[in-house]
Design a protein around this ligand. Structure first.
Ligand SMILES: NC(=O)c1ccc[n+]([C@@H]2O[C@H](COP(=O)([O-])OP(=O)(O)OC[C@H]3O[C@@H](n4cnc5c(N)ncnc54)[C@H](OP(=O)(O)O)[C@@H]3O)[C@@H](O)[C@H]2O)c1
Length: 322
């Protein structure tokens, strides 16, 4: 990609999309094509085609999706399946029709079977039952992978599919009703410290193990693979290391400076016992993560204090100073 290339980042206001925009700008890419949902609703086929006709992007990062936690998936299975299928179909079909040179599709580790061997290899895809609570979203992502592979097989379209592990960082969702575990714990411990609460309750037993990748690392990997990888096989993107929820809670309490008690509410669901990605394919392609969990937690808490703690409103992360 030359620095003047016309690059469409779908979902540029989101956690992943905003990180990819920061990374592209930091590397001197000047011709970014960015549209909010109000400007181009990606579930609207006509609007998407019109956009591609008018803007003729050369490269696409498909970081737009209907994303949410277990509660939201349970309540809105139709939207999680239908809207994500529409977004993938409309964007990939238009990208192929309008001769986009390359497209990066972002899936998620939830595509893999609930009881997949650990660490999870790419070839474990479709070898067992999915986690029922987010199966709608997972099926849509698996369909997206197959769609990308089908366009490549039939038309030689250069689509690649990345499967990131759990992501976190600036621009994350800290709303306790819909956020993932890491941002929820940052908010809970911060508010407990601010209010002088004697204890913080963490959902579940604290035993499940999870992997967390800083979103700036994901953006770095997405650009690296856009430039260097050209194959239909999916690629896991992760840190290659995991922690228990209890270890994560202790790390976040230390970063926030909370000295009260941490208690575990085992009546709440634990989800899958472990979810660690095998990243040997990505390492073999010459990429490894750079942000350790400890560094990432410190910088994310700093961002939370500067951008969220006062207002309680979701803020997009500021442009990175190049
Ligand atoms: N977060 C994670 O831990 C994680 C882990 C693995 C993979 N991923 C993948 O990364 C991708 C992005 O996730 P994220 O965490 O960045 O989600 P996010 O923060 O919710 O961002 C999604 C973006 O997509 C936009 N969008 C949704 N529906 C749209 C529509 N119909 N038309 C136009 N724009 C639309 C949203 O716009 P609004 O701002 O208007 O809502 C939002 O800006 C997803 O494919 C997800 O599977 C995320």
């Amino acid at each position: 990609m030359d620095n003047g290339a016309r690059i469409f980042v779908a979902g540029h206001k989101g956690l992943v999309g905003s990180a990819i925009v920061r990374e592209l700008r930091a590397r001197g890419f000047t011709n970014l094509i960015l549209r909010t949902r109000n400007e181009v609703d990606l579930t609207d086929r006509t609007a998407v085609n019109r956009f591609f006709v008018n803007e003729q992007p050369e490269y696409v990062f498909l970081a737009a999706a209907k994303v949410g936690g277990i509660l939201a998936n349970n309540k809105h299975p139709v939207e999680f399946l239908r809207d994500n299928l529409y977004i993938e179909l409309n964007v990939m079909d238009a990208a192929w029709k309008h001769r986009v040179k390359k497209l990066v599709f972002l899936g998620s580790s939830c595509i893999y079977p609930k009881f997949s061997p650990q660490p999870i290899k790419e070839e474990h895809l479709l070898t067992g039952e999915l986690e029922p609570t987010n199966q709608w979203y997972a099926i849509a992502k698996i369909a997206g992978i197959k769609l990308a592979q089908a366009y490549r097989k039939q038309h030689g379209f250069k689509a690649i599919s990345l499967m990131p592990t759990n992501l976190y960082g600036p621009g994350d969702n800290f709303d306790l009703q819909s956020s993932h575990v890491l941002p929820a714990l940052i908010r809970k411990f911060h508010e407990a410290k601010t209010n002088g609460a004697r204890q913080v309750t963490v959902w579940g037993s604290g035993q499940p193990r999870r992997e967390f990748l800083h979103v700036d690392d994901l953006a770095d990997a997405a650009l690296y693979l856009m430039e260097t990888y050209d194959d239909g096989e999916i690629v896991n993107v992760g840190l290659g290391d995991d922690v228990s929820i209890a270890e994560l809670a202790s790390k976040i309490a230390a970063v926030v400076g909370y000295e009260g008690e941490i208690v575990y509410d085992a009546s709440k669901p634990d989800g899958t016992p472990r979810k660690l990605m095998d990243v040997s394919r990505l390492t073999g392609l010459g990429w490894v993560a750079k942000v350790t969990l400890d560094e990432g937690l410190r910088s994310t808490y700093r961002w939370y204090l500067e951008n969220y703690a006062e207002t309680g409103l979701r803020a997009s992360a500021p442009a990175r100073r190049s």
